[in-house]
Design a protein around this ligand. Sequence first.
Ligand SMILES: [Zn+2]
Ligand SMILES: [Zn+2]
Length: 128
Amino acid sequence: MDAATCQMCGRLFMKQGRSPYCPSCSDVDFQNFLKVRDFIREPANKQTTIGALVEATGVSELDITRYIHEGRLIIKDNPALAISCVRCGQPTNEGKICSNCQRDMQKELSSLQESLTKQSSIRAYRLD
Ligand SMILES: [Zn+2]
Ligand SMILES: [Zn+2]
């Protein structure tokens, strides 16, 4: 275990897992997450935007964006609640990366794998 500085209150604490917060702030953070999640689940709030969500829950946009990036908050059913894709910056409600970029990355990955396979077969041939 390492000592770390809490990202919320600045207190020193013993780090457990990946949370950037001390145990008491983690509790607050989790309560905030539940507030946000429950709010966007309401059918009446399907069209809510980040701004309206911040106002209604009192949770900062930064934290809400983090919940989405961490995959904890699913906003697929809330089309107006778009955050910017970390890759191209276009608004998306698919999570961290928009569907276009997901497709692109899939393509890049398979061409990378293809060239790696080619390289290793060349190497194998030389070794023979
Ligand atoms: Zn703290
Ligand atoms: Zn993108």
